[in-house]
Design a protein around this ligand. Structure first.
Ligand SMILES: Cc1ncc(C[n+]2csc(CCOP(=O)(O)OP(=O)(O)O)c2C)c(N)n1
Ligand SMILES: [Mg+2]
Length: 320
């Protein structure tokens, strides 16, 4: 039986909460000595809105803020945390840490910590699909940041995708920051979509903190790609509410700008919308939060209990 629109929205809200809770826990694990992570706190609606518009047959490439994309795709927090802690039960057997996770079973081909690395490989994955690899009609989605859009590889990827008519969805999470540099120091305000349109690609620029708007735009783009096997481009305007990585104190961030975006927090907005529509009451919210908290605690315990990889096996899946 198909889920009702309300059930779908509640499930999506729950995924936003799970992502937020997992990422806050990863920051805490880092504070306790685990490897550093780049969280996407404030950007969760981008991950859930787009990934919910994809199908299991589709492929995903992402960047250093991949935890949200992985969880939106159904990653098990236990295996995600085990990977971050370098344990055998992680998605890559503990070989990748936080910044390189690939998960074949989820169709996540790559997490690239080389900024723009995901853009260099995504046209190849989409070309393979076009040439008959994988399931018929499948497409590729590539997530990247506004900083990656300032690199030359961005234009190479757009050019090939347009010229070869690749089934590729470009998703730029424009979170206003490029590590410690504000994006307006490196690009004109509305440069991103103009650049993509210069390559002849149809674009949409969306409020990336509005889950329903992101999901609707992604659904339109995915349907269009499947119909004509041409790329589409989404710019999702959002904000990195936390620092670039784990323990960054954001001392360089303009307080007024941060407050402005905090008031547009995608979780609070969807919570308010559901509450006002009578679809979410405080008891349900509390039960959801409690369940997610215990899932995250179980995941931490699981990861800590998972064994370290055998040293002799460390070089096995290494090809270069
Ligand atoms: C090729 C390359 N240059 C520089 C870095 C260092 N670096 C890591 S993340 C980052 C910022 C990237 O900004 P953006 O693409 O907007 O992604 P965001 O971090 O905002 O999600 C930089 C410069 C890197 N990892 N790779
Ligand atoms: Mg950015």
């Amino acid at each position: 039986m198909n889920a009702s629109p309300t059930q779908t929205l509640l499930r999506q809200f729950q995924t936003l909460l799970l992502i937020r809770s997992c990422e806050e826990q990863l920051v805490e694990l880092n504070r306790q000595g685990a490897p550093d992570t780049c969280s996407s706190i404030g950007q969760e609606a981008c991950a859930v809105g787009v990934i919910d518009a994809l199908e299991a047959r589709d492929r995903i490439l992402t960047n250093h803020r991949s935890a949200a994309h992985l969880i939106a795709r159904g990653a098990d927090p236990k295996r995600l945390f085990a990977e971050v802690l370098g344990r055998v039960d992680g998605y890559c057997g503990g070989h990748s840490g936080t910044l390189h996770i690939a998960a074949r079973e989820l169709g996540v081909v790559l997490t690239s910590t080389i900024v723009g690395g995901e853009l260099s490989l995504a046209p190849g994955v989409a070309l393979a699909q076009k040439m008959g690899q994988g399931d018929p009609g499948a497409i590729t989605a590539v997530f990247f940041g506004d900083g990656a859009a300032c690199e030359g590889i961005f234009h190479e990827a757009l050019n090939l995708a347009a010229q070869w008519q690749l089934p590729l969805l470009f998703v730029c999470e424009n979170n206003q920051w490029q590590a410690y540099v504000h994006r307006l120091e490196t690009m004109a305000d509305n440069a991103i979509t103009a650049w993509a349109e210069g390559h002849g690609i149809v674009t949409e620029s969306i409020d990336g903190n509005d889950l329903e708007a992101v999901h609707a735009a992604a659904t339109r783009a995915v349907a269009a790609i499947r119909a004509d096997s041409r790329p589409r481009f989404l710019e999702l305007r959002t904000y990195r509410l936390r620092g670039h990585s784990g323990q960054d104190d954001q001392a360089y961030v303009d307080a007024e700008e941060l407050h402005h975006w905090q008031s547009r927090d995608p979780l609070r907005r969807l919570q308010q919308r559901l509450t006002e529509a009578g679809q979410l009451d405080p008891n349900t919210l509390e039960a959801m939060t409690r369940e997610i908290r215990s899932r995250v605690e179980e995941a931490v315990a699981f990861a800590h209990a998972s064994p370290w990889p055998d040293v002799a096996a460390l070089i096995h899946p290494v090809y270069a």
